[in-house]
Design a protein. Structure first.
Length: 361
């Protein structure tokens, strides 16, 4: 019967696999990395919070696609939490961790990746349901969207906990990997291949949907009356999703390939020298997504800008409490030019120039 090593600290496994935990990673280098990581994590928290708040605040985002987009932002927010935990439990600290704490560190990262991946897959299904009917949004009810979001997180948490539940090498250290010293190499192969296959499937599905949308839009444009921007809206949403998917694949594929090589026990691949760079690339994905949302969706950017503007103006009003508040009417037009949103803003015009540009898709 094999001996199990649940009570050992991580230095036992790192030393056995000769994994580099950067004992020399101290002083200015450590401070620089912590400052760099802290800046990006703060940006992840703030920007993704703005995306979620924009979907909640703007009633024109109250559709399945945007609910799922907000959930993707929530997955990125969770990734920020995972990176903060990793940041203070890596380098020379890695060898001092208990087995359970190391499982928690890696489980948070695996959960965030799975949440983003499954969410993108669900968005692909939602886009397929709507696009094939040439509708902007699908007919999913709020109850079904809520069920999907709960299911996404249930799957993500389960996948993040799989190694803790038993698929590890604590009772058979001969099959331990190099990058993840208490993960079984067979699990790394399974994890990497599964994610890469899902990547490939989603890319094929989105390319097929995009080609279908372009073809149908070109055919209908010469026969259908109505706003041009209205007909282009499905294409805009598809471009947003495809950009997000493309960034996700580019940022995560190198890391998954490295894990796959480690799972296949490739000792001459030099994976130890690139692991930190690929982890940083994965971190940048959570930074890029809010930028993509705001850049590709004018109304998302306008809503986020209005929230920032109103917040700063409210603070300014508190400092100038002696000034008599004035009432200003803010108006905005939607994509088809028929929607008018009236808001009462105290002290200033909030979101100056904001929604008037949204219909220019």
């Amino acid at each position: 019967m094999n001996e199990c090593y649940y009570d050992r600290r991580m230095d036992f496994f790192y030393n056995r696999t000769k994994t580099d935990t950067a004992d020399e990673w101290t002083g200015p280098q450590l401070i620089g990395v912590l400052c760099f990581g802290t800046f990006f994590c703060l940006f992840i928290f703030i920007s993704n919070s703005l995306v979620i708040a924009a979907v909640v605040k703007n009633k024109r985002f109250h559709f399945p696609f945007y609910y799922l987009l907000a959930n993707l932002a929530a997955a990125d927010f969770f990734a920020g939490i995972a990176y903060v935990f990793l940041m203070f439990n890596t380098g020379p600290v890695s060898k001092t961790l208990t087995v359970n704490r190391w499982f928690l560190r890696q489980g948070l990262l695996d959960t965030s990746l799975t949440a983003s991946l499954v969410n993108l897959l669900v968005i692909a299904v939602e886009r397929h349901m709507s696009i094939m009917r040439m509708k902007i949004h699908s007919n999913l009810t709020k109850k079904r969207v809520t069920f999907l979001i709960i299911s996404i997180w249930a799957i993500a948490i389960f996948m993040g906990a799989v190694p803790t539940l038993g698929w590890n090498c604590l009772c058979d250290i001969t099959v331990c990997s190099s990058l993840a010293p208490i993960y079984s190499r067979s699990y790394l192969v399974f994890w990497s291949v599964l994610n890469l296959v899902v990547f490939f499937i989603m890319v094929v599905v989105y390319i097929r949907i995009y080609m279908y949308v372009q073809r149908k839009t070109n055919v209908l444009s010469s026969h259908t009356s109505g706003s041009i921007s209205r007909r282009r809206t499905p294409v805009k949403l598809m471009k947003t999703v495809m950009t997000v998917l493309g960034a996700f694949v580019v940022c995560w594929t190198p890391g998954l390939v490295v894990l796959l090589l480690d799972g296949l026990n490739c000792t001459d691949c030099g994976i130890q020298h690139v692991k930190r760079w690929f982890l940083l690339l994965a971190l940048l994905n959570s930074v890029m997504n809010p930028i993509i949302y705001s850049y590709k969706d004018d109304e998302m950017w306008a809503t986020m800008k209005r929230m920032i503007c109103c917040s700063s103006e409210d603070r300014s009003q508190e400092r100038r409490s002696s000034r008599i508040p004035s009432t200003v009417l803010c108006r905005s037009t939607d994509i088809s030019g028929h929607y008018i949103e009236d808001g009462i803003i105290q002290g200033t015009i909030c979101g100056k120039g904001g929604l008037g540009d949204i219909g220019n898709s």
